[in-house]
Design a protein around this ligand. Structure first.
Ligand code: PEP
Ligand code: MG
Length: 908
């Protein structure tokens, strides 16, 4: 806590600086900095964010007392520079009062303009400016804003309209006009009178006439607005702590509405949507700031080029454009030149794209704000790479400028912005797999296939998905589930497919029998259109138009740059040659996890797999396995081929068995026919496979150790595929991975089976290939005894989905029931299945890596849980010295960027 509470600026001097944003807020810090670099800024002062905290700690009265002298002096400072006096009738100074937090919170807090007016001062302002209409228009705007923000005027009528807006409407109606600017001086006087009467009627108070009283009211109102509902909600969404507080900026007013040599506008030093290096923006002649956004008048473009582009889109011919909507470059060429020079100066100074606000008062240009502009993912990449090429930033800065998660936007189709604005949100779930999707509702895989075959786009809607739904998921544009978290089947599979998915939308009542979704009184049927935003978790009624994402050449350049700096490698989780190829194109340097059970989801393969599971004797099992072997071998060949030259980690079978067997009559009958047994027999077998806790049941290496023939068959399939490809000249680097090891001997028993089968195969084929045998570390006991397991295991791959499940004791499929409440109550800061819990699960990873390497220094360690594509988790993996992360194909670029950022952070 510093003792200095007020920082002044003006006329090329300032007590603050750009790097003081924590204390002065973003706006305050930049206003100070702009002064220091010679940008014309109306003089003013900033009350610090610390004072906001004091305000809430010791109360309004004491804070006003503490601030009094400093604020009085600061106001005098503005008066001196502006050559006018606050509250003076003949030569009045008016001020604006604005909020400004450390992080930008657009529109969340309050602003008051034209402060310092009363019934006498307004006349003085009219005389001083020779513009009576302007003076009265400013006054009525002030009374309206101050009434709303400081005096808390609320709607009283049934239509819930702002009481001042209601009065304006009445006056306009009585006069028979439509627009505010058709009101004359007498009308504006009438408005002020009626506004003040409304204030008195609703609050019982007279509207304050003393300028200092007005100022204190406004300062306190800005502090109060830090705790208004929308600011609290916004902070929650953006993870902004309440302790940051807001600063208050008080500045001399400058007016863009003083006639045709005055104007106001907003501009960007580059295009925020595309990233193009093109100065752009909008302005209005003879207007105040809010008119640009209010939509009453069509704002005009600042540059000639922007104006021509705008006209082309709006279908306006050049002649009309030039006459009716001239650019600022044409209409105010001198001011434009100055504006252009300053925007360049600001961008060069901050070395980033700037978003600026300005006002021109009677031919003089003033800057009111500058900040680093918000931008799309595509613009983010382009701007970083352009700034690098232009020599404005270095390579490390370019890497750090790009937000990994925003790369997603470059990889998936997106909704058209205009379409989204009109769409109706009907539900919200977890943003399980990013992208945009739109299609007809279907509930069953068969139907999905049918509808898709008939040329329809479909969205697969399920209470939750299971492997049986995969065929449906494959043809669907997107997947929506009522249950399940970020690592639920639907989410994992959808991400793997790069398919949009919203999971855990609990408010949906899905009725399979009726084939309907009921939500909030609305009923949707099979075949109705629905749209999903997998990036936000929002579900929309009807069709929202999508457009294909564009990937520019800058994206590839950025990825090359990442390779130059990163140490951590990025592999992919892929179960099909197609996924492997996609990931390789995104720069994956191997497969970190191939889940073999995912290879059995289709047609004949699932039948053979079911036969294997339903078999009761080893002999029957062997028979079924022999059917599976050729399928497996072909699948592995496809994957090895796609990953020629790179390591491929194939995990032995790890399904909860019960998930794979048919649960419906039709499926059970099919298996009875195939296996020449009765339906009743199949039912009983299915029943007997049921477990209370399948995730903790007969899965992973428990399966391979109880049914060694499965491990034998898989080893044979993997290595014979590799040998056959080797003969074709393909460089296969197989790594066989044992899942769910908890005890050293569990692993060693599996390893023995693998090595024996391999030796047998090699001698049968009279050739051999190098391969590794390692294990998943996904059970806490395995992490705790990693030095014993590493005696035999040649590599570790941390399965952080299960490791999180078992470390927390949270079922990964049932977390949706309590997670939102835990997040709300801040018991959990984030979903540990999405973001690696560095203090708990992360410590197990760190310890196991160290223990493992203590007995095997060259032990290769990676991570293959869902966290492998999450930036903060990737950075943690770098810091604890893992060799690689492995993630779904569509997250590979994100992980590559995060890995490079982690390496750069080491050097900062
Ligand atoms: C894991 O547990 O992290 C893992 C990768 O395996 P699965 O998600 O298939 O259980
Ligand atoms: Mg696992």
């Amino acid at each position: 806590m510093t003792e200095k509470r007020v920082y002044i600026f003006g006329n090329g001097k300032a007590e603050g600086r750009a790097d003081m944003r924590n204390l002065l807020g973003g706006k305050g810090a930049n206003l100070a900095e702009m002064n220091l670099i010679g940008v014309p800024v109306p003089p003013g002062f900033t009350i610090t964010t610390d004072v906001c905290n004091e305000y809430y700690a010791i109360g309004k009265e004491r804070v006003v007392e503490l601030l009094k002298d400093d604020v009085t002096k600061a106001v005098q400072h503005i008066e001196n520079l502006m050559n006018s006096k606050f509250g003076d009738v003949e030569n009045p100074l008016l001020v604006s009062v604005r909020s400004g937090a450390r992080a930008s919170m657009p529109g969340m807090m309050d602003t008051i303009l034209n402060l310092g007016l009363n019934d006498e001062v307004v006349e003085g302002l009219a005389r001083k400016t020779g513009n009576t209409r302007f003076a009265w228009d400013s006054y009525r705007r002030f009374v309206q804003m101050y009434g709303d923000v400081v005096l808390g005027m609320k709607p009283t009528n049934k239509d819930d309209i702002d009481p001042f807006e209601a009065i304006i409407e009445e006056v306009k109606e009585a006069k028979g006009v439509k627009l505010d600017n058709e009101l004359d001086v007498e009308d504006l006087k009438e408005l002020v009178k009626r506004f003040k009467a409304a204030v008195k009627a609703q609050t019982g108070q007279d509207f304050p006439t003393d300028s200092h009283e007005q100022l204190w009211g406004a300062i306190c109102a800005v502090f109060d607005s830090w705790m208004n509902e929308r600011a609290i909600l916004y902070r929650k969404m953006e993870g902004i702590p309440a302790e940051w507080g807001t600063a208050v900026n008080v500045q001399a007013m400058v007016f863009g509405n003083m006639g045709d040599t005055s104007a106001t506008g907003v501009c960007f030093s580059r295009d925020a949507a595309t990233g193009e290096d093109l100065f752009n923006g909008e302005y209005l002649i003879n207007a105040q700031g809010e008119d640009v956004v209010a939509g009453i008048r069509t704002p005009q473009q600042i540059t000639l080029e922007g104006s021509r582009r705008w006209a082309a889109l709006a279908g306006i011919d050049e002649e009309t454009r030039a006459a009716k909507y001239p650019s600022m470059e044409e209409a105010m060429p001198e001011i434009y030149k100055e504006l252009d020079a300053i925007q360049t100066k600001l961008e060069n100074h901050y070395r980033d794209m700037q978003d600026m606000e300005f006002t021109v008062q009677e031919g003089k240009l003033w800057f009111l704000q500058t900040r680093n502009g918000k931008r799309t993912g595509a613009a983010m990449v382009k701007i970083a790479m352009d700034l690098l090429r232009q020599g404005m930033i270095d390579e490390k800065t370019a890497i750090m400028r790009v937000e990994p998660n925003k790369l997603d936007e470059l990889l998936h189709p997106i909704f058209a912005k205009e379409a989204l604005a009109k769409a109706k949100v009907i539900a919200k779930g977890l943003p399980a797999s990013p992208g945009a999707a739109c299609g007809r509702i279907v509930f069953f895989a068969d139907d999905a296939a049918k509808w898709a075959k008939d040329g329809h786009k479909v969205i697969m809607v399920r209470i939750e998905t299971s492997p049986e739904d995969l065929a449906g998921m494959q043809v669907a544009e997107g997947i929506l589930t009522a249950r399940g978290g970020m690592t639920s089947h639907a989410a994992v599979v959808a991400r793997g497919m790069g398919k949009c998915c919203v999971s855990g939308a609990g408010m949906l009542n899905i009725n399979y029998k009726e084939r309907t979704i009921e939500v909030d009184g609305l009923t949707l049927k099979e075949g109705d259109f629905i749209s999903l935003n997998g990036t936000t978790g929002q579900v929309y009624e009807g069709q929202v138009t999508t457009k294909a994402a564009e990937v520019s050449g800058d994206f590839a350049d950025l990825m090359d740059l990442c390779n130059k700096y990163s140490r951590l490698q990025v592999r992919t989780n892929a179960d099909t040659p197609h996924d492997a190829q996609v990931a390789r194109n995104f720069g994956a340097v191997g497969i970190g996890l191939c889940r073999t059970e995912h290879m059995f989801f289709e047609g004949e393969k699932i039948k053979a797999m079911r036969e294997m599971i339903l078999a009761e004797t080893s002999q029957e099992r062997q028979k079924a396995l022999q059917k599976i072997l050729p399928y497996q071998k072909e699948d592995f060949k496809g994957i090895f081929r796609a990953m020629d030259g790179y390591p491929v980690t194939v995990r032995l079978l790890d399904p909860p068995l019960h998930e794979f067997v048919p649960h419906d009559d039709k499926g059970q009958q099919e298996m009875a026919d195939a296996m020449h047994v009765s339906l009743d027999y199949i039912r009983k077998r299915v029943e007997s496979l049921k477990e209370q806790n399948p995730m903790l049941g007969h899965r992973g290496c428990r399966l391979g150790n109880t049914y060694p023939e499965i491990t034998q068959m898989q080893t044979r399939a993997i290595l014979s595929a590799a040998l056959e490809l080797k003969a074709e000249g393909i460089n296969c680097r197989p790594e066989i991975m044992v899942p769910l090891t908890g005890i050293r001997y569990e692993f060693e028993a599996q390893e023995k089976i693998i090595r024996e089968e391999a030796d047998k195969l090699f001698s049968e084929m009279n050739t051999s290939i190098e391969y590794k045998v390692g294990t998943m570390i996904e059970i806490p006991r395995a992490a705790l005894t990693a030095d014993r397991i590493a005696l035999h295991a040649e590599f570790f791959s941390f399965g952080t989905n299960d490791l999180t499940q078992m470390t927390f004791g949270y079922s990964r499929d049932d977390i949706a029931s309590f997670l939102p409440i835990y997040l709300e109550k801040k018991i959990l800061k984030f979903d540990p299945f999405q973001v690696l819990d560095q203090n708990g699960v992360g410590q197990l990873i760190k310890m196991a890596t160290e223990k493992g390497r203590s007995v095997r220094p060259d032990l290769k360690c990676g991570i293959c849980g869902e966290h492998g594509g999450e930036p903060s988790s990737v950075k943690f993996c770098h810091r604890v010295g893992l060799n690689y992360v492995s993630c779904s194909p569509f997250r590979v670029p994100i992980a590559r960027l995060a890995a490079a950022q982690a390496a750069v952070e080491d050097t900062l």
